[in-house]
Design a protein around this ligand. Structure first.
Ligand SMILES: [Zn+2]
Length: 191
């Protein structure tokens, strides 16, 4: 519960006057995929949004099995980390990043089952920056990235399946927000 409260406190800091106010944070004018050098190159979505009432995308390496274990997970867009911790259960390590869209709206991206976490709460997470690595939530699954996009930052974690409650189709969202800005990206290095 402390961690959730901490996340909310961070959001409170961010939301002064209805706008994100965080030193150095820029508007997220472009979103990329969190794997495969921003393009999901070499990956496939094994369980798209809505299938089996799934509330995210499950990015798996095309090599199958655990061939993607330990590969980099990158921030989808410029934002600030509001959660970075082990949530246990079926989640394992979770990172959440909040982004401010050009119109001022906030969205949250969520990255789960991570093997390692490379960021802390409150850190800026530029688009393409390393957040952690693909994992299996302590051996519960074949390694993959569970990735969500939510339009209500700070909502409860939930269970990853069910009726969308602020969850949007992450692949459709990214497709609609690739933007046209030049590639000012610090890419997470591919191993
Ligand atoms: Zn999933």
């Amino acid at each position: 519960m402390f961690t959730l409260l901490l996340a909310c406190a961070r959001l409170g800091d961010l939301l002064q006057g209805g706008f994100i106010t965080w030193p150095g944070l820029v508007v997220a004018d472009r979103f990329d995929f969190p794997v495969g050098n921003g393009e999901a190159r070499g990956y496939y979505d094994a369980q798209p949004f809505g299938k089996n009432r799934h509330l995210g995308a499950d990015w798996n390496g095309k090599g199958g099995g655990n061939t993607d274990y330990g590969l980099p997970v990158a921030s989808s867009a410029d934002g600030v980390v509001v959660e970075a911790l082990d949530r246990g259960g079926g989640w394992g390590n979770v990172v959440r990043v909040v982004h401010r869209l050009p119109g001022g709206e906030l969205v949250e991206t969520l990255y789960a089952h991570l093997a390692t976490v490379a960021v802390n709460e409150g850190m800026l997470a530029p688009r393409g920056a390393l957040l952690g690595t693909i994992g299996d939530a302590g051996g519960q699954y074949y390694a993959h990235l569970h990735f969500e996009v939510r339009d209500r930052p700070g909502a409860p974690l939930g269970g990853g399946y069910g009726t969308p409650d602020g969850h949007v189709d992450p692949t459709a969202f990214i497709g609609a927000h690739r933007g046209a800005s030049p590639p000012n990206v610090r890419r997470a290095a591919h191993r």
